[in-house]
Design a binder for this molecule. Structure first.
Ligand SMILES: NC(=O)c1ccc[n+]([C@@H]2O[C@H](COP(=O)([O-])OP(=O)(O)OC[C@H]3O[C@@H](n4cnc5c(N)ncnc54)[C@H](O)[C@@H]3O)[C@@H](O)[C@H]2O)c1
Length: 278
């Protein structure tokens, strides 16, 4: 029988009425990097669709702002996503409160716009730590929590720089390729354990967030040009559809979080306005 999605009008706290398919209604979700950009948009989208969302970030003020925008969330957690003990404590708290975890979206990340010769070993370790080790730690902690129910969805934000190389982003490219391939190995492990825990990666292109803004400013400054408009125009021309929005990434995260993607695991979702097909 064909699946039918029923759209329902719901009241979203502090906001206008919105349409929701209810596909993540009452799902228990953790979103990292929720204080800014893509993580914030994913948290907002999941909450708007009825999920019970826990927000995670290093920055307490930006977490509070996301919580305010959503109109109340299940919890805000200041956590460095490289902290293994911190992950265990977070999952203990979520499990003690809700008894289960349905969704983890690993969105926290940093970018370092540096070529090979400008990248120190400390730089490399920092980027690998925040972008890749964190995804290992979060996925491992979430899978442990999801095992009793035998189901769940883990969404790892990689980058289209996992698929295409960029000489100005050597450590970043390495970290995102690690996320993409780790995601597939973790998906296999979960399936081979006989669970329906799904692990997928999203590969955004240039998305208008504070991270992209910092990169544009950094590149312009290194060219000695205080005006960022030339760099911005170059970045905009990378993809046939130009620079995207965090909300456009959040819709893909919603699909992966929902029961509309129950047969999808170990997959890469490239959401980059056509950048990699050029
Ligand atoms: N914006 C883009 O063009 C783009 C493209 C491809 C992939 N991505 C990826 O999307 C994800 C989100 O990026 P964004 O553009 O929203 O960036 P952003 O800088 O706007 O947000 C990143 C968030 O992660 C948090 N964070 C950083 N280090 C952390 C740590 N150690 N522990 C906990 N939180 C930490 C920051 O405080 C911030 O709130 C990142 O993984 C990034 O690599 C972004």
């Amino acid at each position: 029988m064909k699946n039918e999605t029923t759209l329902t009008e719901v009241e979203v706290a502090g906001d206008a009425k919105k349409m929701t398919s209810g596909t993540v209604s009452q799902k228990i979700a953790i979103v990292t990097g929720a204080g800014s950009g893509i993580g914030r948009a994913v948290a907002e989208r999941l909450a708007a669709e009825g999920a019970v969302v826990h927000l995670v970030d290093l920055n307490a003020d930006s977490l509070a702002e996301t919580s305010r925008r959503i109109g109340g969330v299940a919890g805000t957690h200041v956590l460095d996503v490289r902290d293994a003990d911190g992950w265990d404590a977070l999952l203990d708290e979520v499990m003690a409160t809700h008894g289960r975890l349905d969704v983890l979206a690993n969105c926290a990340g940093i970018q370092l716009t540096r070529g090979l010769l400008e990248t120190s070993i400390e730089d490399f370790r920092q980027v690998m730590g925040v972008n890749a080790e964190s995804v290992f730690l979060g996925t491992r902690a979430a899978v442990r929590a999801m095992l009793p129910a035998g189901q769940g969805s883990i969404i790892n934000i990689a980058s289209n720089f996992a698929n295409i190389a960029d000489g100005l982003n050597t450590a970043y490219c390495a970290s995102k390729a690690a996320v993409a391939h780790f995601t597939k190995a973790a998906a296999l492990d979960c399936a081979q354990r006989g669970t329906r825990i799904r692990v997928n990666s999203i590969h955004p292109g240039c998305i208008a967030t504070p991270m992209l803004e910092r990169e544009i400013e950094d590149v312009a400054a290194r060219r000695g040009d205080p005006d960022t408009s030339a760099v911005r125009a170059e970045w905009d021309a990378l993809a046939p559809l130009g620079i995207g929005t965090a909300e456009e990434i959040a819709w893909t995260a919603l699909h992966l979080a929902s029961d509309h993607s129950t047969y999808t695991t170990g997959a890469e979702f490239v959401v980059d306005g056509g950048h990699i097909i050029r």
